[in-house]
Design a protein around this ligand. Structure first.
Ligand SMILES: Cc1cc2nc3c(=O)[nH]c(=O)nc-3n(C[C@H](O)[C@H](O)[C@H](O)COP(=O)(O)OP(=O)(O)OC[C@H]3O[C@@H](n4cnc5c(N)ncnc54)[C@H](O)[C@@H]3O)c2cc1C
Length: 371
């Protein structure tokens, strides 16, 4: 039977960032990935925005890890030549009644430590972004975009250089504890039993399935599983904007905003629909709603150019009447299994914060040594 120190389930941006964090510190790591390649789910089905950290409740894990992770990510991308651009973001007040909300948002952002925000007038907005119409906007210069697939390849490369191994087509099925070690059953292309001292559940949409396969878990520690789908539509040709353009945020969604890619193209999204299954097809029936939302800040959107593009699904531990919850790290104090760290509900800003999340998981695993 193969024996390793730490197994990480899930090769998305978070699992890979954790693998790199541990491997560069000399720890033995095996990453199990159910798919035939890394990052096939949430990590490549998102807006690829480096968030500044404006909206999250002060002191929440999202706020703290976003702020720390954003700087870590900019530094990492610059030093490893991972594609990224600090293009800035404009949150647009579409009516003058929304301008007060812009000031409130800017105050919240500053209280969160985002110290470069400013509210600009309609005229200044028109000068910066001639295609956009609004009564004013909040400018966030430290928001940007990142090449998520490139980031994952870089994280994987460093993890492998540190000795980490990646097993593709390797689905975690179940685990039990024997004499202080986990025995993992793995199915897929390889069917093996693997022994390990520490186990990290970074399976995102698959995290609930992984948790329910671990013997000895306090079942009531597994949070609710809600899937919030976000669709994107795109237009051909270059982006008409130079910065990211966002409407005012709503509960549960930042609104249908523009997302620029590093090649200069643009798509719009995501919207928000609760779903029961992981299905990434984009229903063209949402097109009129997208057109209306986009035209509310870009009246010049030409007729008939918007096309269904792609979709992603937010793994959520809240919704359906329950209050908004931040993402959750669970160690044995929560679920009762020593040596196990689980991550639930890692929606946005999980990409921005991946390096800070990895550091936090590394610290939780370190504490587990005493158990
Ligand atoms: C629509 C949308 C927009 C977003 N926009 C942004 C944004 O602009 N900026 C930002 O910072 N964040 C954004 N996010 C959040 C960000 O994408 C996620 O927080 C992040 O990608 C989560 O990474 P992950 O590694 O946890 O998940 P994933 O990338 O989903 O990785 C989990 C992996 O686990 C594997 N897996 C599952 N079950 C098993 C099993 N049993 N055995 C083995 N492997 C398994 C899966 O195949 C998958 O590869 C967005 C998310 C969505 C959905």
């Amino acid at each position: 039977m193969e024996q390793v120190e730490t197994v990480i389930v899930g090769a998305g941006v978070i699992g890979l960032a954790i693998a790199r964090y541990l491997a560069v510190r000399g720890q033995e790591v095996l990453i199990l990935e159910a798919e035939g390649a890394v990052g096939r789910h949430t990590s490549t089905r998102n807006s690829q925005v480096i968030h500044a950290g404006i909206y999250y409740p002060r002191g929440s894990a999202q706020q703290v890890l976003c702020l720390k992770g954003r700087q870590m990510l900019y530094d990492y991308c610059a030093s490893r030549h991972v594609g990224h651009r600090r293009i800035g973001k404009l949150t647009v007040a579409r009516k003058s009644a929304e301008v007060d909300q812009l000031h409130a948002l800017a105050a919240q952002g500053r209280a969160n430590g985002v110290d470069d925000l400013s509210v600009i007038s309609a005229a200044a907005l028109a000068e910066r972004e001639p295609a956009v119409v609004g009564a004013g906007a909040m400018l966030s210069p430290s928001s940007g975009i990142v090449d998520a697939p490139g980031l994952m390849l870089s994280l994987l490369g460093e993890a492998e250089a540190g000795g980490a191994m990646l097993a593709l087509n390797a689905r975690f099925l179940r685990a039990r504890k024997e004499r202080g070690r986990f025995l993992l059953e793995v199915g897929g292309a390889i069917e093996v039993t693997i022994g390990c001292k520490r186990l990290v559940n970074a399976a995102a949409l698959g995290a609930w399935g992984v948790a329910s396969g671990i013997d000895g878990m306090r079942v009531d520690s597994i949070p609710p599983c809600n899937l919030a789908k976000g669709n994107y539509f795109s237009i051909p040709g270059p982006s008409p904007f130079s910065a990211l353009i966002y409407p005012m945020p709503k509960v549960g969604s930042l609104g249908i905003h523009s997302v620029q890619d590093l090649g200069g193209g643009v798509r719009f999204g995501p919207d928000m629909h609760w779903v029961d299954v992981v299905d990434y097809s984009v229903d063209p029936e949402f097109l009129p709603q997208f057109e209306a939302e986009i035209r509310s800040y870009w009246p010049g959107l030409p007729e008939g150019v918007l096309r269904p593009d792609m979709a992603g699904i937010r793994p959520r531990i809240w919704g359906f009447g329950s209050a908004k919850r931040e993402f959750e790290f669970q160690d044995s104090s929560v679920h009762g299994v020593a040596g196990l760290v689980q991550l639930f509900g890692f929606e946005s800003p999980g990409l921005t914060a991946c390096l800070a999340i990895a550091e936090h998981v590394g610290e939780l695993l370190g504490k587990g040594d005493d158990q």
